[in-house]
Design a protein around this ligand. Structure first.
Ligand SMILES: Nc1ncnc2c1ncn2[C@@H]1O[C@H](COP(=O)(O)OP(=O)(O)OP(=O)(O)O)[C@@H](O)[C@H]1O
Ligand SMILES: [Mg+2]
Length: 282
């Protein structure tokens, strides 16, 4: 299935929390795998590990219990020692969870995160933000799509995501202070580009995620005002806004828990996903 140019790499990011980054990342990965038949790798670099829990479900507790390798080991560059063995070279198979195996050339896989991630990184030497990009270049050139779910705060991990990515997707909720993360993201990307002139990274666009109940009145004036601000800010940054919004749906939290019965209008996510993949050409 591999693309001639290697995988497209997308990071889902907004410096504002709770806007739907992990929901969008999870569902885009599933859509790319099932509807576009792509070979997909999801990467969780958020210590909250929501993407990992959504994709692994009950398997995530077992993964933690068994202390299996995670994104932490990718940054550290080795598998830690145990009473019975010395530290070992990190092998790609041990850090990759297969979520759905379709065929040898078509699967949905995940490099999971774990909760002690931030402690582990802050208490160790500052990791090299290029480690993740190098690891992907060495080990995952056969994939079609790699999706990285980011934490809402800027850190060395955000820079690692930038180094690994060519595209950025920005989910936003049309609410008060909706655009608070935009200037931070714009600055953060601009600074990254200044320091890494050889690297092209584009904002694929902004997706409006109606991730709250609007009282049945389509959000009223507050939502209209927030949408206006989003459009103005996006235009200033020359960021595209996808035409298909993601609707509010109680189906999304259910789907994140792995319950696909009665997803309701959460199925409308597919309209956005289709528009998104058409735009990026995958
Ligand atoms: N369109 C939606 N309709 C209903 N609920 C939603 C929708 N989008 C997101 N949610 C819910 O909102 C909460 C936050 O979503 P999510 O975890 O995806 O955001 P996030 O941006 O990844 O958060 P964080 O910044 O903490 O990583 C979750 O409980 C999720 O199920
Ligand atoms: Mg998240």
């Amino acid at each position: 299935m591999a693309r001639d140019d290697g995988p497209m790499v997308l990071c889902v990011i907004n410096m504002k929390g709770g806007v739907g980054k992990s929901t969008v990342a999870t569902l885009l990965c599933r859509y790319a795998y099932s509807q576009r038949r792509k070979d997909v790798l999801a990467i969780d670099i958020d210590p909250q590990a929501n993407l990992s829990q959504a994709l692994m479900r009950q398997g995530y507790d077992k993964f933690l219990e068994e202390r299996r390798p995670s994104i932490v080991e990718v940054f550290n560059g080795y598998l830690p020692a145990s009473p019975s063995r010395a530290p070992r070279r990190l092998d790609v198979a041990s850090v990759t969870q297969t979520i759905i195996f379709g065929s040898d050339s078509h699967s949905l896989q995940l490099i999971p995160s774990r909760f002690d991630f931030s402690d582990n990184l802050t208490s160790s030497l500052r990791p090299d933000p290029r480690v993740l990009a190098r690891f992907l270049a060495d080990e995952f050139k056969h994939k079609d799509l790699i999706v990285i779910d980011c934490a809402p705060t800027e850190s060395i991990l955000t820079h690692a995501a930038y180094h690994a990515s060519g595209l950025v997707l920005v989910p936003v909720k049309p609410e008060y202070f909706a655009t608070i993360g935009f200037p931070l993201l714009r600055e953060s990307l601009a600074e990254f580009k200044r320091k890494n002139r050889g690297h092209s990274i584009d904002v694929a666009g902004v997706v409006i995620n109606n991730g709250f109940y609007d009282g049945g009145n389509a959000g009223g004036p507050e939502k209209a005002r927030a949408l206006g601000e989003i459009r103005d800010e996006a235009a200033d940054n020359v960021w595209h806004i996808f035409a298909n919004e993601i609707p509010f749906s109680r189906g999304f939290p259910k789907m994140m828990r792995g319950d696909y019965n009665y997803p309701g209008n959460a199925t409308m996510f597919n309209h956005f996903a289709c528009e998104f993949f058409d735009k990026i050409g995958l």
